[in-house]
Design a protein around this ligand. Structure first.
Ligand SMILES: [Zn+2]
Ligand SMILES: [Zn+2]
Ligand SMILES: [Zn+2]
Length: 430
């Protein structure tokens, strides 16, 4: 498996790099830049030459994946937390109701399972016999969390990879249809209701996407509007009605969400806080626990250090791209994301604040707190004369030092949060 430890390994090269970094005469300068980037693991080097003097700045890589950059993934999680909880403040919930919805893809075949509710429960113990390919239809193993078998099919030949990848590809379209349907259903019950949302995509162990979303319905002042019970019902009804017909190798297939949409009414503060933390956690997880390169040539699939299920997923993307180039040529460029082409986090305009607004707030905050370590240099329109030089740290040793500092910084942040639990992360950033 690819390395998932953000620190990497402490091999002789890395050690030599650490010694070189620490004993260099430019150490102080370099460390200042690392601090200003918020201890980014892969900073972008920007240079500006003024009156013959060249200055170098480190800007954040802004990669949201924990394994690539702990510092930037922390910041992304914090921004998501703000967006989610910012949409559930008492002001925004005045005359409004909100629900937490999880929409999954349907089953494409039986996969090995870890039962989170009862971890001592075996995978599929009661099932006997074999499939047409001679593979056992059951599995007596109790898969521990982290077992690479979890999510992979009991028989890869029975598993419907075509439907799986078509669903992944069209999942954002299913969501668009879903919000339109829900808004239509809501408008039949009450007029003037505004439905807004924030949603986060999570890749399940079986490598199919699912959405966690918060839907908020704002009623008109003094109108009867939509109550919590009705919104909960309509959110589930809308999910069950979605059908999208798409081109497939065998003509067309009809896509839909999994049979059971999970809709939970959001009723009080504690619950909304927990949901905020939950969504924030998902955005930094990355597409899969394996670190995949952004671009993977089709010829290299078999060489990748990933489980067979990943390889089958990628091979199906190549197959569909080849069979139906008019529709799916783009799939060949999406092997590294396992066919995912949407955003991780999206929100409707009126739900709450935006990532951009948060960046602006941080920049404004930094301007008045210049002695504190920065949350990262974020060039804005006024910084147009900066030039890209290169990215990353000079040696694995330099990176190791930056990531160690990022992890230590996170520990301090968590300790501060626990000491000040009522205020929440909102307070800790400034
Ligand atoms: Zn970074
Ligand atoms: Zn199993
Ligand atoms: Zn089979």
């Amino acid at each position: 498996m690819a390395n998932t430890n953000p620190l990497g390994t402490l091999d002789p090269d890395t050690l030599a790099g650490i010694v070189a970094a620490a004993s260099s005469t430019s150490y102080e300068d370099w460390w200042g830049r690392v601090r200003s980037s918020g201890y980014c693991a892969h900073p972008i080097h920007l240079t500006r030459t003024l009156a013959g003097q060249t200055t170098t700045f480190y800007a954040r890589c802004e990669n949201r994946r924990e394994t690539v950059c702990p510092a930037c993934s922390d910041l992304y999680a914090l921004d998501t937390w703000h967006i989610v909880t910012g949409g559930l403040t008492p002001e925004r919930l005045t005359n409004a109701t909100a629900v937490f919805v999880t929409l999954t893809a349907p089953s494409f075949g039986t996969v090995h399972a870890h039962h989170a509710v009862d971890p001592t429960r075996p995978c599929r113990p009661a099932v006997t016999g074999a499939c047409g390919h001679g593979k056992p239809a059951g599995c007596p193993v109790t898969h521990q969390s982290g077992d690479p078998a979890i999510g992979s099919p009991l028989c890869a030949d029975c598993y419907d990879y075509e439907a799986h990848l078509l669903t992944t590809w069209w999942f954002p379209a299913l969501w668009n249809r879903y919000t339109r349907t829900l808004r239509r259903l809501v408008s039949r019950h009450a007029t003037g209701v505004k439905v807004s949302f924030v949603k986060v995509m999570e890749m399940q162990a079986r490598l199919a996407p699912h959405y966690h979303a918060i839907l908020r319905a704002n009623n008109e002042p003094d109108a009867l509007g939509i109550d919590l019970e009705t919104l909960t019902t309509l959110a589930a009804v809308a999910a069950s009605r979605i059908r999208v017909e798409v081109p497939a190798a065998s003509g067309t297939v009809t896509l839909r969400f999994g049979a059971q949409a999970d809709v939970q009414p959001l009723t009080h503060d504690e619950q909304t806080r927990r949901v905020g933390g939950y969504l924030a956690k998902y955005v930094t997880k990355g597409i899969t626990s394996a670190t995949l390169p952004a671009r993977i040539p089709a010829a290299n699939i078999d060489l990748l250090p990933v489980p067979e299920h990943h390889k089958r997923v990628m091979s199906m993307l190549v197959r569909l791209a080849t069979l139906l180039p008019d529709e799916y040529a783009g799939m060949a460029d999406r092997l590294g994301t396992l066919g995912w082409r949407g955003h991780t986090t999206t929100k409707s305009r009126t739900f709450s604040t935006t990532m951009t607004a948060q960046k602006q707030q941080r920049a404004a905050w930094r301007a008045t707190h210049t002695t504190e370590p920065g949350r990262g240099f974020e060039p804005d329109a006024g910084d147009a004369d900066w030039e890209y030089a290169r990215s990353g740290h000079k040696t694995p040793g330099h990176r190791y030092l930056a990531v160690t500092a990022a992890l230590k910084h996170r520990e301090q942040l968590r300790t501060a949060l626990m000491a000040d639990d009522v205020a929440g992360p909102r307070q800790s950033e400034s």
